[in-house]
Structure formats: structure tokens, C-alpha cells
Write a protein that binds this ligand. Structure first.
Ligand code: HEC
Length: 142
């Protein structure tokens, strides 16, 4: 009986540890949304392009692109999460998707500083592709 209780407690603790990681990474991804959304509006001309504002957003995105990955402990695809088990069964591909994303956001930040909207558009598109590529392989669709 005691043993069973320990097992149950251990399971519970493991579950809550994952719940924290899951929440943290989802919070970070939620911050991506307004940043990418505002950049998208300027790129599409729904909002006047402002060099400084865009550069600031690109800087924020580059900073965000460093953050989610430490919150993916092995096996944390259980619970309220859209993370696929492939994150841990294909670690090389996962790391490649992260690296591609980081490289794209770093370049976007660099290009944004020049204020060349045509070049920015190209690099913004390339950056968004790295989101989609990773989601296609590693995020569950509902
Ligand atoms: C290397 C992989 C990867 C990249 C790159 C990536 N994502 Fe994600 N994203 C994920 C995974 C995995 C989840 C699911 C997280 C979970 O539910 O635990 C997710 C979830 C999200 C969510 C949902 C968060 C929520 O409310 O639960 C949003 C929004 C999101 N990503 C936006 C983006 C945007 C925008 C980009 C690009 C600028 C991006 N992501 C790049 C892997 C990635």
C-alpha cells in the first residue's frame, strides 16, 4: 500500500513538473504571436512601415527565438500540450529546426536594421517558413 502511494506521488510530481515546462514554453510561444503579427501587418502594408518599430520587433523575435527550447524535457508530450513525441525521437531534426529558426530570426534582425523593405519582406517570409516547418513536424494539429 505504501509503495503504491509512493508510486502515485512520484507520478503526480512528474506530471506537475511537466505541467510547468509546458506552461512556460506555451507562454513564450504566445509572446511570438503579437510580435510576428505586427511585423506581418507592416510587411503586408496593412500598417505603415516604420523602420525603428520593425527593427525593435525583429530584435524581440530574435530574443524570443532563444527561449522555448529549454522547456522541452524528455517525455513532456503528455498533458495539455501539442508537442509531438518526435521532438525526442528525432533529436537531430528537432535541433536542426531550432537552428534554422534562430538563424532566420538573427538574419531578419540584421536586415531590419537597414530599412530595406524588399529585403525585409523576403527574410520575414523565410522566418515564417521556419515556424511552419517545425510545426508541421513537431506540433500536433487539432
Ligand atoms: C523548432 C520548433 C518550433 C519553431 C521554430 C516554432 N515553433 Fe511554435 N510551437 C512548437 C511546438 C512544439 C509547439 C507546441 C508547444 C506545446 O503545446 O507544448 C508550438 C506552439 C506554438 C504556439 C501555440 C502556443 C499556445 O498557445 O499553446 C504558437 C502561437 C506558436 N507556436 C507560434 C510560433 C511562431 C509564430 C513561430 C515562428 C516565429 C514558431 N512558433 C516557431 C514548435 C516550434
Amino acid at each position: 500500500m505504501k509503495k503504491l502511494l509512493y508510486v502515485m506521488l512520484a507520478t503526480l510530481l512528474a506530471g506537475s513538473a511537466f505541467a510547468d515546462s509546458i506552461k512556460e514554453r506555451q507562454e513564450i510561444f504566445k509572446q511570438y504571436k503579437p510580435v510576428v503579427g505586427n511585423m506581418g501587418k507592416m510587411v503586408k502594408g496593412e500598417k505603415p512601415y516604420n523602420k525603428d518599430e520593425f527593427a525593435k520587433l525583429a530584435s524581440e523575435l530574435e530574443a524570443l527565438s532563444q527561449k522555448p527550447w529549454q522547456h522541452f524535457p524528455a517525455g513532456s508530450n503528455k498533458g495539455k500540450t501539442e508537442a509531438k513525441p518526435e521532438i525526442w525521437s528525432k533529436p537531430t531534426e528537432w535541433q536542426q529546426a531550432i537552428d534554422n529558426h534562430k538563424a532566420a530570426t538573427a538574419k531578419l534582425k540584421q536586415v531590419s536594421a537597414n530599412g530595406d523593405l524588399a529585403a525585409i519582406k523576403v527574410q520575414f517570409g523565410a522566418t515564417q517558413k521556419t515556424c511552419k516547418a517545425c510545426h508541421d513536424s513537431f506540433r500536433q494539429k487539432d
